[in-house]
Design a protein around this ligand. Structure first.
Ligand code: IPM
Ligand code: MN
Length: 365
């Protein structure tokens, strides 16, 4: 919710943020993110109240609970959610991901997964001859449908004749609202005003027929946006060979999951990659995408920049554009002038020192 509307501009904007530090290094990186958000709120004159929720592996191991209905209701009453990481070495893979992360995305109808892929100055890029001028695009991933709905069945499970069916659900409404968001985002971003649909029309002839028809129809309403299409397999080649071709990409849930991890690698890795799970009409959630990194937990060596960037995305979403721009600028100062590497333990600074550096730049910008 943007509290600007209707205010007399006498009182500053105030936001209530639900914080889910989560597992592993989540709490460490979230602490630095909040440090930077607090610096930004002092510098740019708004208020943030943080309420912490102890969701994650430890709570699950103690209580058997991943997420409760009443917590979901409480989360709905916040302006945004700030998430650290979900994933615990003692919990079977899938339980926390489905029980917390995916459940929140679905129940809060966060139908967009927004993933900026931007190479910041000073960051080592694995692509030969590519620099910050070549890598700056955004993936808009559908976040509530496709293969992620969990529909399917087993037949004759455990027998030699076993059948497993995993269904991809694609709705007109789901594709349309995602494509519309991408078109509007592309317009607002105003870079090359080019939107690429990433699909697989040559093989997945039902799902991608629906997506393509919707894309063609809806994009007619946005004549200022140039449209393009690429198959998902080809797009993985172009990410490596010609990342400068892209401005905004829109795709489904599964393809988006895959191509955004490749995107994270070409922007310097999990130390910097952030994402937003967005419901433009509801409560959105911002997270570093790197996971809980158990082996670095509690060592003060994990890179907090991804969490800090997620905080910056949250500020932009809340309408605090100047503060969001300052956070990004500060991160660029730190990657460009300070840290040696984005990798955990090789930054030349500790987790909290990196947070201090960014917070300090923000206060002076
Ligand atoms: C992501 C993650 C999740 C996904 C996992 C943890 C369920 O990989 O946010 O991309 O597949 O969406
Ligand atoms: Mn993923």
């Amino acid at each position: 919710m943007n509290h600007k509307e209707g205010s007399l501009n006498i009182m500053s904007n105030s936001y209530s943020i639900a914080v889910i530090p989560g597992d592993g290094t989540g709490p460490e990186v979230v602490r630095e993110g909040i440090k930077v958000l607090e610096s930004a709120s002092r510098r740019f004159g708004f208020k943030m109240d943080f309420s912490h929720y102890d969701l994650g592996g430890d709570r699950y191991l103690k209580t058997g609970e991943t997420l409760t209905d009443s917590i979901i209701e409480e989360l709905r009453r916040h302006d945004a959610i700030y998430l650290g990481a979900i994933g615990h070495p003692d919990v079977k893979p899938g339980i926390l991901e489905r029980g917390i992360l995916l459940r929140l995305r679905f129940e809060l109808d966060q139908y967009i997964n927004l993933r900026p892929i931007k190479l910041y100055p000073g960051v080592e890029c694995p692509l030969k001859d590519k620099g910050p001028e070549h890598i700056d695009f955004v993936v808009v991933r559908e976040n509530t449908e496709g293969l992620y709905v969990g529909g399917g069945a087993f037949l004759r499970r455990g027998t030699p004749n076993e059948v497993a069916i995993q269904e991809s659900v694609n709705t007109r409404l789901g594709a349309e609202r995602c494509i519309r968001f991408a078109l509007q985002y592309c317009r607002k971003r105003n870079k090359s005003r080019k939107l690429t649909l990433c699909g697989k029309t040559n093989v997945l002839t039902y799902a991608w027929d629906l997506w393509q028809r919707t894309f063609e129809e809806v994009s007619k309403e946005y004549p200022d946006i140039q449209t393009d299409y690429a198959h998902v397999d080809a797009i993985t080649m172009w990410f490596v060979k010609n990342p400068e071709w892209f401005d905004v990409i829109v795709t489904d849930n599964m393809f988006g999951d895959i191509i955004t991890d490749l995107g994270a690698m070409i922007q310097g890795g999990m130390g910097i990659a952030a994402g937003g799970n967005i419901n433009p009409e509801g409560v959105s959630m911002f997270e570093p995408i790197g996971g809980s990194a158990p082996k670095y937990t509690g060592k003060n060596v994990i890179n907090p920049l991804a969490a800090i960037c997620a905080g910056g995305m949250m500020l932009e979403h809340l309408g605090e554009d100047a503060a969001a721009a300052a956070v990004e600028k500060a991160v660029m100062e730190v990657t460009g002038k300070h840290i040696n590497s984005l990798a955990a333990g090789r930054m030349g600074y500790s987790t909290s020192e990196v947070g201090d550096l960014v917070a300090d730049y923000v206060s002076r910008l």
